[in-house]
Every structure is written in structure tokens, then in C-alpha cells.
Write a protein that binds this ligand. Structure first.
Ligand SMILES: [Zn+2]
Length: 183
């Protein structure tokens, strides 16, 4: 594929434009993932996608016991919402979400474990994004529910103080639960 290839596989994470121009493609260190540098023709912003040739998809065991195929884009959406308006390089989140499968040796992982690993990652990155993620992820069965909840919070003005207090309490509760191994 040439440097001017248009590819419809990935929407622009900034404006949602369905097309992006591939500027550069190269395999990652492991060779199983192709890293593509892209530019959105609509908003001209640049981003990176990671595409992997998948043989055995990782399964996520949800709280309900239901299993689904791990979706790095879904994880990335959750992380990006927690990181909204924070000084975080979007590529750092992409690297984490698209490299996540390579860090799991087992065939299955629980949604709780994904949440905890994401928290450990965000904690190093940004305290606000960490608290946002911590305060909501464990209340919901799925990242879709989490995303919906974050959107609702964003739509409500004037809840800043109360929400922050609730988040602090949730963070303490989470820390206790992690210690007790009940999360
Ligand atoms: Zn765009």
C-alpha cells in the first residue's frame, strides 16, 4: 500500500470522519501488529492505528458470565473518555489499548482485570483520568455502559463539587476492595 492509500477501516478519533489517509505503515517490534500513521482528510489531525493479524481472539469474561471477543477500540473509547481534556497524548492510550492483547498470556480475561490493569496504567499517566475511570468502571457490566454514563455526567452542568467528592469516596472504596481482592 502506498503512502496515499485511503482506508475506511478506522474513523478519525477526533472528528469521526470515516476516511483516513495512511501516511506510513510498518510492523511493530513483535511483528504481529501493523502500525499505521494516518491523517484525517477532514480535520487534518494525525493519529496512529494498530492492526493485528488475529488467530486466537482474546475472550473477555463479563460480570454476568457472558463472554465476548476483546475489542481494543472499545477499551480505547473508555480510556479516551476518562482522559478527556487532560494533557494526555492520544497515542499513549492507543499503544496501551492495541498492545493490551499482547500482554495477556491466557485465552480469557475478566472485565474486572481489564479495568484494574487500565487503572494501574492511568494512575501513572494522569490522576484525574485515573479517578474518572475508577469512579465508574466497576459499577457497570460493560464499557458501553461506562461510556454512556460518562456522557451523561458531561451533559450535567453544576455537578462538579458533588461529583468530585463521590469520586474520591469511590476511589477509597476501590483501594479497599483491591486490597481485599474482591474487585
Ligand atoms: Zn478528523
Amino acid at each position: 500500500m502506498g503512502p496515499s492509500t485511503l482506508d475506511t477501516a478506522m474513523n478519525c478519533p477526533f472528528c469521526g470522519n470515516p476516511d483516513s489517509r495512511v501516511l506510513d505503515s510498518r510492523p511493530s517490534d513483535e511483528g504481529s501488529v501493523i502500525r499505521r500513521r494516518r491523517e484525517c482528510p477532514a480535520c487534518k489531525r494525525r493519529f496512529t492505528t494498530y492492526e493485528r493479524a488475529q488467530v486466537e481472539p482474546l475472550l473477555v469474561v463479563k460480570r454476568s458470565g457472558r463472554k465476548e471477543t476483546f475489542d481494543p477500540n472499545k477499551l480505547l473509547r473508555g480510556l479516551s473518555l476518562a482522559a478527556q481534556k487532560r494533557p494526555i497524548d492520544p497515542e499513549v492510550l492507543q499503544e496501551f489499548a492495541f498492545g493490551f492483547e499482547d500482554t495477556v498470556k491466557e485465552m480469557e480475561i475478566t472485565s474486572e482485570e481489564i479495568g484494574l490493569r487500565s487503572l494501574a496504567f492511568l494512575k501513572e499517566l494522569d490522576p484525574v483520568a485515573y479517578i474518572r475511570f475508577a469512579s465508574v468502571y466497576r459499577e457497570f457490566d460493560s464499557l458501553e455502559n461506562f461510556i454512556e454514563e460518562v456522557r451523561k455526567l458531561d451533559r450535567k452542568p453544576g455537578r462538579g463539587r458533588k461529583t468530585l467528592k463521590m469520586e474520591e469516596e469511590d476511589e477509597l472504596n476501590l483501594a479497599d476492595e483491591v486490597k481485599l481482592g474482591t474487585v
